[in-house]
Design a protein around this ligand. Sequence first.
Ligand code: CAA
Length: 379
Amino acid sequence: MLNFELTSEQKEIQEMAMKFAKNEMMPNASEYDLKGEMPMDILQKAWSLGLVNTCIPVEFGGAGFSTIDSMVITEALAYGCLGMNTAIMANDLALLPIVIGGTSEQKEKFLKPFTESYKIAAFCLTEPGNGSDAAGLKTTIKDGGDHWVVNGEKMWITNAGYADLFTLYGTLDPSLKHKGISALVIDAKAEGIEVGKPEKKMGHCCSDTRSVTFRDVKVPKENMLGQPGDGWKIAMKTLDHSRPMVAASAVGGAQCALDHAKGYALERNQFGKPIAAHQSIQFMLAEMATKVEASRLLVLKSAWLIDNNQPNTRLASMAKSFASDSFMEIATDAVQIYGGYGYSKEYPVEKLMRDAKLIQIYEGTSQIQRLVIAKEVLK
Ligand code: CAA
């Protein structure tokens, strides 16, 4: 039976997350954006409310959230601040490979600590020379007898400077292309790991983004997820799970931009009446609202497919590309509706426009999503 209603539990989670977004995140978003600093106290509070690491299954200490529950939370937190939400989402991105490819022992060992105190994780796939072409990664994993040895450089790693744990992808044999890729769980304090300086970014300024260099880093044999060569499939399945979440964050940001634009349009007078009474502005708001609604439906369907154990690669990429492209358009229109004030850092839509841009880029650009969709359509 088709039902567009959230359950009463989901409405409660949504209300709690939205309250946190409005009371804790929004009032501090601009300050941390300007400082370019991770708001550790706010993130810690989000964790203590159960809003972080929503992917951890209940048997390993998680809250037992469904994927749709996670989307509801993500949309609300992104409404509060895209940068803070990125720091929160990056934990799920890094823990999902363990949820997807780990044994029970690995899940117990690596996931449980994240439910006992606030810890930070980072997903290490991208490299300086390999972003979209993830299978071309150069980081090597060599068999060192009773351990693995990792060498290579990762780039644009969210949370890297604060991480307790990395999930890393490297190759055992580059000639095997994606079939040579393996995934390792690595203690972020291991010898031989060097974390770079924080990148100075256009948006998501309060999230931490750095390079990470691995020089002869020894990793216990039992830290490999799956078998040697399973890393690529684990990475792709992780992205199938995480892309709807990124899309949900786009919906949260877009809803926020729409709400601000609507509020401003109702109070700003030009030519003797509120600008909301001008049809040119009404058409913009109508387009914006339609795109938010369509994006949300794609997010929910892509999450529903995961919850019902059905393939979601096509829908995940549709949700990610449509919602992020829509968010960029909606945020740009919100700035336009604000006019000169929209261009000022004194008003919130300027930050939303900068933040929207990254959603079209990370976890697979909008162009990569179209490539995935086209492959699925042509199958
Ligand atoms: N699930 C399972 N298997 C999959 C899969 C999926 N979703 N997608 C592909 N595969 C399999 C294919 O079936 C194929 O398997 P076989 O060898 O058995 O035939 C294999 O993987 C190779 O597939 P492709 O030929 O399609 O691979 P490709 O090299 O052409 O590229 C790609 C695939 C989709 C473009 C991939 O490289 C990709 O997603 N690129 C974007 C990378 C990305 O999203 N990076 C984000 C980094 S994380 C981040 O941004 C967060 C941060 O911290 C900032």
